[in-house]
Design a protein around this ligand. Structure first.
Ligand code: PDD
Length: 276
């Protein structure tokens, strides 16, 4: 495997990560997962834009321009001959003696490498079940931070119970999943949590809203309660890896008629059309 380390692409064996890297010690860094379809990074500009935004919010200056990062990531795809999967990229604040506060001069560490996976077609066709849990995360979920401890705890809980995802509830309202955004449909109106500090504004979420606009399908960026979610006609979740995924059960309760919804399926096919 070939890995981008700052401005250089090297063999995996030659990547050196220091144990005093603040990403390793504090989770002091940010990341992105971008989808690769047929050798092309999907919505790469949008991912890089979000990456730079996250970096700015935590005060890290990326070691290269957006255009340089774009061409470096494209080189990682080419050098690894990646056709289907994704690119993971992350940037940490860099290496320094361990203390919470940091000097501004530390050199950030950027890495990017391929992830090998395919579309989860079975789950997309058949739908999935999800759990719910209190959203005990911090209030800056808009930053794509490396700190994913609560997200992984709750994803693991879902996984252990045979569910696909855990959906978070904060102050009675549905925010998002551990690694997905949540949509519900009631009487043909689609709702999803507004893009504020309590969710990550998903690239897939934004694409779905764009498709809804284009198709003149009514939607609102308005939060809803767990009860409204349970009473929905259709529920689906979105992410780079899941695309548009129908949810058939929430906490063992069946949603709608218990089958992947018609509008959900239509949105997924519009999405698949868009990636072509
Ligand atoms: N997760 N919300 C959270 C908390 C996420 O971590 C993600 C993405 C999303 C969906 O965003 P997008 O549509 O841009 O993928 C929403 C990635 C895929 C991950 O951590 O693997």
């Amino acid at each position: 495997m070939r890995v981008l380390v700052n401005n250089e692409i090297v063999h995996r064996e030659d990547v050196r990560i220091d144990f005093e890297d603040r990403g390793y010690q504090f989770g002091d860094g940010i990341y992105e997962v971008v989808r690769v379809y047929e050798g092309e990074a999907y919505e790469l500009n949008e991912h890089i834009h979000r990456f730079y935004r996250s970096a700015k919010e935590i005060g890290i200056t990326p070691p290269q321009s957006k255009n340089e990062m774009k061409s470096n990531i494209e080189d990682v795809i080419t050098e690894n001959k990646l056709l289907e999967g994704g690119i993971y990229f992350q940037m940490t604040r860099g290496v320094a003696p361990r203390k919470h506060q940091y000097e501004k001069e530390i050199e950030p560490k950027l890495i990017a490498y391929p992830l090998y996976f395919t579309r989860p077609e079975k789950q997309q066709n058949e739908g999935v079940s999800v759990l719910t849990a209190d959203d005990l995360r911090w209030h800056r979920c808009d930053i794509k931070s490396l700190n994913l401890l609560y997200n992984i705890m709750m994803k693991q809980k879902a996984h252990d119970s045979g569910s696909f995802e855990t959906i978070f509830i904060r102050d009675e309202l549905v925010t998002e999943g551990t690694s997905t955004n949540v949509f519900m449909i009631k009487d043909n109106v689609i709702s999803t949590h507004p893009a504020d500090n309590n969710i990550l504004n998903g690239i897939t979420r934004m694409k779905v809203l764009h498709l809804l606009n284009e198709e003149h399908i009514p939607y609102e960026e308005k939060s809803f309660t767990k009860q409204e979610l349970l009473d929905a006609d259709e529920v689906f979740i979105t992410s780079t890896t899941s695309e548009v995924m129908p949810v058939l059960k929430v906490d063992e309760q069946v949603i709608g008629n218990g089958l992947p919804g018609i509008l959900t399926k239509r949105l997924h096919s519009l999405f698949l059309h868009d990636i072509k």
